[in-house]
Write a protein that binds this ligand. Structure first.
Ligand code: NAP
Length: 253
């Protein structure tokens, strides 16, 4: 069954690259701006580029419409005849997509940009009674690009802080950490960023491989009264309040 993507922006492009990387067959994509489409397709071998959105709806039973909800409604409205006739399962990349004027049921997701690496995360909630085979047809391609978490409609906006906003927040925190050491000492920023990436990757591997939590990692690193313990005390003082402020600012508290 063919998989459609309409909108090859940051998210749709990441999905196209991820599906290509996973060698998922029969992926048909369309983007309103041809130059942006060509750029993504060049990085997503095997993904077929359609000339129109209508062609995607015509050939695909699942269509990822990863754009603002207003744009998704506009695309569905412009293609109302083929959508009503073909009844594809549409997957939005926002909550409250409000697609009921065009399709009886749909999926709402919060994906993240890491889908292109095969290590993405997609949060997903169903709107209406979507039958099992149709659910599988959405879950399978997303799972080829990373982890998928089916969550409640009342929860998805809050989990979004972890997974969908996450890449930007975590990348920013890591870079701030690296650059603070680089700039304070006149060191090379790229070298410091490399050290942070390697250490973060290793810390995740350590926790995964050995099934240990942060407390055990701290136990292995921190000696009483030594530098790590002193640094952790400062984090304990400021991080919870700072985290709450960040979540409140994002409307995810
Ligand atoms: N980026 C993220 O990490 C992320 C995560 C979760 C949710 N979201 C949400 O998902 C949505 C898309 O995000 P994004 O970051 O992928 O946005 P983006 O990079 O701006 O991409 C938007 C895509 O929608 C297309 N589009 C916009 N209006 C259109 C219209 N009227 N008709 C046809 N195509 C149209 C654009 O095509 P053109 O190239 O022709 O402009 C582009 O392909 C947003 O609502 C965002 O809030 C984003």
């Amino acid at each position: 069954m063919a998989i459609g993507i309409i909108g090859l922006g940051r998210l749709g492009g990441a999905l196209a690259r991820g599906l290509s990387r996973a060698q998922v067959p029969d992926v048909i994509a369309y983007n309103r701006t041809p130059s942006a489409a060509q750029q993504v397709i060049a990085e997503a071998p095997g993904v077929e580029l359609a000339d129109t959105a209508a062609a995607v709806f015509e050939r695909c039973d699942v269509v990822f419409l990863w754009m603002t909800a207003a744009a998704a409604r506009q695309v569905l409205g412009e293609n109302a005849e083929v959508v009503a006739r073909r009844r594809p399962l549409v997957v939005a990349s926002t909550t409250n997509a409000d697609l009921g004027a065009f399709v009886p049921t749909w999926a709402e997701t919060y994906p993240n940009v890491n889908l292109s690496t095969g290590q993405g995360v997609t949060l997903l909630t169903w709107v209406g009674d979507v039958p099992e085979p149709q659910r599988t047809s959405v879950l399978a391609p997303l799972a080829a690009c990373g982890a998928v978490y089916e969550v409640g409609a009342d929860e998805i906006d809050f989990y979004c802080a972890l997974a969908s906003n996450g890449p930007a927040l975590y990348a920013h925190a890591m870079q701030t950490w690296a650059d603070a050491v680089a700039d304070r000492n006149g060191f090379d920023r790229d070298l410091c960023r490399e050290m942070v990436w390697q250490t973060v990757t290793g810390t995740i591997a350590l926790q995964r491989d050995e099934g240990i939590d942060a407390a055990e990692v701290i136990h292995r690193v921190a000696h009483p009264g030594a530098s790590t313990e002193r640094g952790l005390a400062v984090l304990d003082e400021h991080l919870p309040g700072g985290t709450e402020q960040v979540l409140q600012a994002m409307g995810r508290w």
